[in-house]
Design a binder for this molecule. Structure first.
Ligand SMILES: Cc1ncc(COP(=O)(O)O)c(C=O)c1O
Length: 366
């Protein structure tokens, strides 16, 4: 037996790069304005904070590994069957489990050109092949997705609205996508920003996830509910999709404090309404301000805006100059968006501050 060989990781991991999160400031940097990760500018419900605090004395106890109370609270809120809900360490965990459960090495996983970067990473972790499908005007194209389906396709991921573009397909297009997919292809509808969407015809894919055997809808408490650090996501899907994901998730994947905070959040409709209306207000002001500055924001109804600059150089220069002012947004050259910046919608201090900084930076460069 050879003794001079090192353990060898799966070869498909060789070229894989780890997920790169938005920059959050340099060590020791104070008074940061953090608009790089689409967090909730208003923060969590005070009721959620209280609920989490009440559990600090229970840190030595494992939480309910089945997240029973949380699944029941979600089910009650959305009129769902709790046994079909899976909670995850953020919706990221659920998104990542899908290729592990449903793909063999070499199988194909479709995502759109500017689709959330976790989709391609998740596919590659499982040895599957991510297939990127072109978008039109920063928006997913159902015909192009359907044309990309092959015998090897196992999963189609679609965020609606998508991050980082902020664009969204109408429900009729989601239904057309689902109708055109073979029934053995899993359609993952990622509704991370669903709670921000006020369009009454939008349901984040819930109706399809309730009725279809091949649809998984994912949601999160990280965005409008402001619980990003607690890492709580959930998915809803057909019974046949439950077990494989449940078997391979981590055993105690949602903390006790996180579960308590999420349950309390679901009961605080006033806070949800407050966050929503603040987001609408400051998103409108951000859009208007960016347009007046000569930038080209892409219309969207979540808590961030993708804005096109005049060139990739200009986007890089603005990004660096904002960082010099301790303002962090997201520049995404690795996603083919080198001329764009994604800016989370801030609060009543942050939004005027970034617009003023952008005004100064663009004036200085003129
Ligand atoms: C489209 C989309 N899906 C999923 C996630 C993951 O969120 P979390 O793991 O915090 O639930 C994000 C986070 O930014 C996102 O933008």
């Amino acid at each position: 037996m050879s003794t001079n060989t090192a353990p060898r990781a799966n070869p498909w991991l060789d070229d894989l790069e780890a997920y790169v999160p938005g920059k959050h400031g340099r060590r020791g940097e104070a008074n940061i304005i953090r608009l790089s990760s689409n967090e909730c500018a208003q923060g969590p419900s005070p009721k959620a904070v209280d609920a989490a605090k009440r559990l600090t004395g229970q840190m030595h106890r494992y939480a309910d590994g089945a997240a029973t109370g949380l699944r029941e609270a979600i089910a009650e809120k959305h009129d769902l069957d709790p046994s079909r809900i899976l909670c995850g360490t953020g919706s990221d965990e659920i998104l990542q489990l899908c290729p592990l459960a449903f793909c063999a090495p070499g199988d194909e996983v479709i995502h759109t050109q500017y689709g959330f970067m976790v989709y391609a990473l998740s596919a590659r972790r499982a040895g599957a092949v991510p297939v990127s499908v072109p978008e039109v005007n920063f928006t997913a194209d159902v015909d192009a997705i359907l044309a990309a389906v092959t015998q090897k396709t196992r999963i189609v991921y679609l965020a609606n609205p998508n991050n980082p573009t902020g664009t969204r397909l109408p429900t009729s297009e989601i239904e057309r996508l689902h109708a055109g997919l073979p029934s053995d292809v899993l359609l993952v509808l990622d509704g991370a920003y669903a709670e921000y969407i006020e369009d009454p015809s939008y349901d984040a894919g819930l109706a399809l996830a309730k009725s279809a055997s091949n649809v998984l809808m994912t949601r999160t408490f990280s965005k409008l509910y402001g619980l990003a650090a607690e890492r709580i996501g959930w998915g809803y899907r057909a019974p046949a999709l439950i077990e494989p994901l449940n078997k391979i998730r981590a055993p105690f994947n949602v903390t006790g404090a996180g579960q308590a905070a999420a349950i309390a959040s679901l009961g605080d409709d006033d806070w949800v309404a407050h966050v929503r209306s603040e987001n609408v207000k400051w998103r409108g002001i951000l859009m208007e301000g960016l347009t007046q500055l000569g930038l080209r924001p892409v219309p969207g109804d979540a808590n961030f805006i993708l804005t096109q600059c005049r060139s990739a150089d200009e986007a890089a220069r603005i990004n660096a100059a904002l960082m010099d002012r301790s303002i962090y947004v997201r520049h995404l050259p690795s996603m083919g968006l080198a001329d764009c910046l994604r800016i989370s919608v801030g609060n009543g201090d942050e939004t005027p501050a970034i617009l003023a900084a952008l005004g100064d930076i663009l004036k200085a460069a003129a």
